[in-house]
Ligand binder design. Structure first.
Ligand code: MG
Length: 210
């Protein structure tokens, strides 16, 4: 995927029901990690998840695309810094992540493999009626695995932008993946993963596990 992007800033456990399924209590401030831009792929490309990784999960998320350099944005002003939104699948090597968490080590690698960030083509923020009232859905081979509403986010997009940009400059084209609702599950060879958000778009990818 050809996008100008210096980083993908991801939010962990931003939906209370997903925090519970990860055996965590909802965080009191956003949990931040990064995926490298090299993990991005587009609609129709293949998610390459080597079988030796063990369990690899899908996570449907609303992606926010920054429209300009942003440093210390206020909550009130934050959305004026956004150019677009998209659907992002935060693919996660779950066994690798769990092992890192148990050992108290960073879990960057489990999130950062090539092809682990499928994303739909962004649409302008102005084309979306209300970013706080979107419905997310993820299907595997046509079967619904995740369903959620952005209204259930612990920290909505404007709070995330203000929080992140108080520590880290966001550049034009940077992506914020705003967290996933409940229902994450493992992916098998040949699976077709379709992540969609009402009024935003859809990203469909076949999974290869060899
Ligand atoms: Mg995620």
């Amino acid at each position: 995927m050809n996008m100008r992007c210096t980083k993908i800033v991801c939010i962990g456990q931003n939906y209370p029901a997903h925090a519970r399924e990860m055996n965590s209590s909802p965080p009191s401030r956003p949990i931040i990690f990064l995926k490298p831009p090299s993990s991005l792929i587009g609609d129709g490309e293949v998610i390459e998840a080597p079988v030796e990784l063990g369990r690899v999960d899908h996570e449907v998320e609303l992606a926010i695309i920054m429209g300009k350099r942003t440093r210390r944005a206020s909550v009130e002003d934050a959305l004026s810094h956004v150019s677009g939104v998209a659907v992002l699948n935060d693919v996660t090597a779950r066994d690798m992540q769990a092992a890192a968490r148990r050992a108290g080590q960073p879990w960057a690698l489990s999130k950062g493999l090539d092809t682990f960030a499928p994303m739909s083509a962004p649409v302008p923020l102005s084309s979306v009626e209300d970013v706080h009232e979107l419905e997310l859905e993820l299907r595997v081979n046509g079967e619904v695995r995740q369903r959620g509403r952005t209204a259930d986010m612990l920290f909505p997009p404007e709070q995330l932008i203000a929080y992140i940009s108080s520590y880290m400059t966001l550049e034009e084209g940077d992506i914020i993946a705003t967290g996933t609702p409940e229902g994450v599950s493992g992916l098998n060879d040949g699976d077709l993963v379709e992540a969609s958000i009402s009024g935003v778009g859809k990203v469909s990818n076949r999974v290869r596990r060899v």
